[in-house]
Design a protein around this ligand. Structure first.
Ligand code: PHE
Length: 458
């Protein structure tokens, strides 16, 4: 029995929610350091390309499926495929990925929350550069403190989702995603005054062809996947709250373009800052928590800059975490008739508990021998499991389902409902059937080391 389903209150509300989901730690934390490791401009270009040619078509596909079925991700697959076990499994895979992402995402997001408070207390005063970066190592190694922030972040996310689609998700996205964009613009304008600005700008925009590596192209594709929140049902779930008169292809185009602009602003801000103080671009994952605070401490207006930046990071993380909780809870509501409150509560407690070993992964408190046995920390194991396997496989299944299995008339009709961009139907279908699956299969083979595409080009 289906209850009356809630819908988005406005188009802007939906765009901000979709953008909020996209712009998260992937954009603010991962994109800059991966760009740094892959040589800058050319990688950015590949990222833009992957976003528009593979990400956006799949984004459209997920919204279409959700809007058609008006159910969460498992419900969508079982309804459209007449209960086929394979496709239902694809739905459960999405739920599992969301659950797993949320479990470690909120650990990193919790650290960001901690840095807001640190910045407000001007923790960098009277500390040397080394001491400032060392704060992060100490934090990561402090299990109880990390768990505290992980819990707080999970609780805040759950409290927002608890209020429902319009009053919770849409409302908070309107507040936070718009603040985020404004704050980012202010910080970017500020970064123009820095002496490293042009060096940062060149690094982000100048494509140096001599640095081309085929594997970077696949890395760009994987990142585009993660940032657009694809492959695990977020957009299916968000699509299920859309109405038939909403223009899906146009919305997808707008969200994709805004995501690119925001990513570039974040990268320019970060690289101008670090070049101003002579740091290199290849700092890796510690870039945001270890290098940036050192840089901020030396800037005029450090208190404002540092606090705003970490606020921005927390907002970005919250608006991406909300849909993760929603994917899992919407499923419980659809399949088992649970109330929203019960579903959200159970999901949040589950994600928090499963996240504890990730939060403790730099300590010896639980799974002390995990790294010795499996070669990486528990946190990285879950992160890699999701980014290398589950999301690409989820995306592959969605593209194959919509391109090859779901009845062509249904897809045709849903694609055309509400849009004036009907002429994109043929190219879109071609991409869904061929380009997207082949691209994804290549990423899976490369990241699992079955093939090394760099050999093909050397
Ligand atoms: N898109 C988010 C980010 O860039 C991460 C995310 C992935 C969120 C998948 C939801 C689903 O950080």
């Amino acid at each position: 029995m289906q209850k009356q389903r809630e819908h988005w209150g406005s188009r802007l509300g939906f765009i901000l929610a979709a953008l909020g989901s996209a712009v998260g730690l992937g954009t603010m934390w991962k994109f800059p350091y991966v760009t740094g490791q892959n040589g800058g401009g050319l990688f950015v270009l590949m990222y833009v390309f992957c976003t528009f040619f593979i990400g956006v078509p799949l984004f459209v596909a997920e919204l279409l499926l959700g809007r058609k079925a008006q159910r969460g991700v498992v419900g969508t697959f079982s309804l459209l495929s007449n209960n086929s076990v394979i496709w239902k499994t694809a739905g459960w895979l999405g739920v599992a990925s969301s659950f797993l992402i949320m479990s470690f995402y909120s650990v990193v997001a919790g650290w960001s929350l901690n840095y807001v408070f640190l910045s407000l207390n001007q923790f960098y005063l009277n500390r040397s550069a080394q001491e400032i970066s060392h704060v992060f190592d100490v934090l990561a190694a402090s299990g109880d403190i990390t768990i505290f922030w992980h819990l707080l972040f999970t609780a805040i996310t759950a409290a927002m989702v608890y209020r429902g689609v319009r009053q919770g998700i849409e409302y908070w996205n309107k507040v936070m995603t718009s603040t985020l964009v404004i704050l980012l613009i202010v910080l970017c304008i500020y970064s123009v005054t820095l002496s490293g600005f042009w060096q940062g700008f060149d690094f982000v925009f100048y494509p140096d062809l001599s640095k081309f590596k085929a594997s970077s192209a696949l890395e760009a594709l994987g990142l585009a996947f993660f940032t657009l929140s694809l492959g695990q049902g977020v957009m299916i779930t968000y699509g299920s709250y859309m109405r038939r008169e909403d223009d899906i292809p146009k919305t997808a185009g707008i969200v994709g373009s805004m995501l690119i602009v925001v990513s570039m602003m974040a990268a320019i801000l970060i690289f101008s800052s670090i070049f101003t103080f002579g740091f290199g671009p290849q700092e890796g994952p510690g870039l945001v928590f270890k290098t940036l605070p050192v840089v901020f401490a030396q800037l005029p207006g450090a208190l404002f800059i540092s606090t705003s930046f970490f606020f921005l990071l927390v907002f970005a993380a919250l608006t991406s975490a909300m849909p993760l909780v929603e994917v899992v809870s919407a499923n419980f509501m659809d399949l088992y008739g649970w109330s929203r409150h019960k579903a959200v509560l159970v999901t949040a407690v589950g994600c928090f508990s499963f996240g504890i070993p990730s939060a403790l992964s730099s300590t010896d408190i639980v799974f002390a021998n995990w790294r010795q046995i499996y070669g990486k920390s528990f946190f990285d194991t879950i992160n890699d499991l999701v980014s290398i396997w589950l999301l690409p496989i989820g995306g592959l299944m969605i593209s194959i389902y919509i391109g090859w299995f779901l009845s062509r008339e249904v897809v045709y009709e849903e694609f055309h409902a509400g849009t004036r961009l009907g002429y994109l139907w043929r190219p879109w279908l071609f991409f869904m059937r061929w380009v997207v699956p082949v691209g994804i299969i290549l990423i899976i083979l490369q990241t699992s080391s079955v093939i090394d595409v760099n050999h093909l080009f050397s």
